[in-house]
Design a protein around this ligand. Sequence first.
Ligand SMILES: *Cc1c(COP(=O)(O)O)cnc(C)c1O
Length: 379
Amino acid sequence: MNALPDSVNRVWVSAGALKANYRLVRSLLPPDTPLLAMVKADGYGHGMADAATAFAAAGCRHFGVAELLEAVRLREAGIDGEIVVMDGLWPGQEEYFPRHSLSAAVFFVDSARLLSAAGQSCGRRVPVHIKVDCGMTRLGIRPEDTLTFVQAIGQLPGIEVAGLFAHFPEADSPEKPSNRQVCDNFAQVRAALAEARTTMPQLSPRCHLANSGAIFNLPMAHGDMARSGIALYGCAPGHAVIGGAALQPAMRFVSRVLQVKDVPAGRGVSYGHTFVTTRPSRLAVLPVGYEDGYQRALSNKASVLISGRRAPIVGRICMNLCMADVTGIAEVSTGDEVVLIGRQGNEWVSADELAAQAGTISYELLCMIGNNNQREMLS
Ligand SMILES: *Cc1c(COP(=O)(O)O)cnc(C)c1O
């Protein structure tokens, strides 16, 4: 007997799908353009170390996380190659970077100085990637400050300017005018770099801009490296299919039927009785709820798969329970597998479908489900 019993609700992650997606996204870039795998948020809910290990097996040598703790955990899990901490560092954290061979995004001259001192005391240069805000209006320096910034940090002895990067706000919608604007601003950043190189010719940072959306939609923005997250987990911006090969959703979320009950017409179901049966109905009670990331916003909207058929969720989703209408689905009984995300027989529920029903995006849904359930990697 194991020390702990298994949870009834399980998230299964396919390493094969992660590897196939990495190879597919990689194939969209020129052969010498590295693809950085974003593994923040515990690998978008797929498990940071396991996801990074799968991407590494497919050839990945660059990884991105949000904060230092994640980067150190990734090293401790045995991940080699570059790990970029996208939110940079807080004063006092600088020593971790040379010690664990980590790279930092920088947007303050002072943090570059701290890293340089820490690098020097270890006899190393800490790679830094300068973060420029080219239209996202989020983290980063202004494009017009690039030259001054590069000049201020370019000669520091304990760092190496390894990258110069920006982020798109709307690359999943290629028709949006902001895409052109971001590219124009990034061209201004590259021009500033070229100017800085007249006095500091040793500088040769990788200029990178593309996220998944831009990799698929904006080939002119591929740059010297690209950073992909969502596509690697199998949710393409706009369900992209390339050359007949589709991205493979890597996450499957399953539960089991806890109880089956027959109720007459006119019966209110769950808190608030937001659903009332219109016919004699058979309901399956499922031991899954918003605590498991199966959001309350999905009440009366989502469908699950039981016996290879779609069954609508009826009534409010509770903290740990919800009901599916299985009227007309033959032979449903306690213990039957229920698929909340993934395939069963010929039917399919995608993270994108659920996200649309919940009024959110696949990213958030994957994090909430993946990071709130017992998770296991399959080969
Ligand atoms: C999360 C993130 C990405 C990846 O975006 P996707 O849309 O998931 O491909 C790329 N760059 C930065 C800076 C990010 O924060």
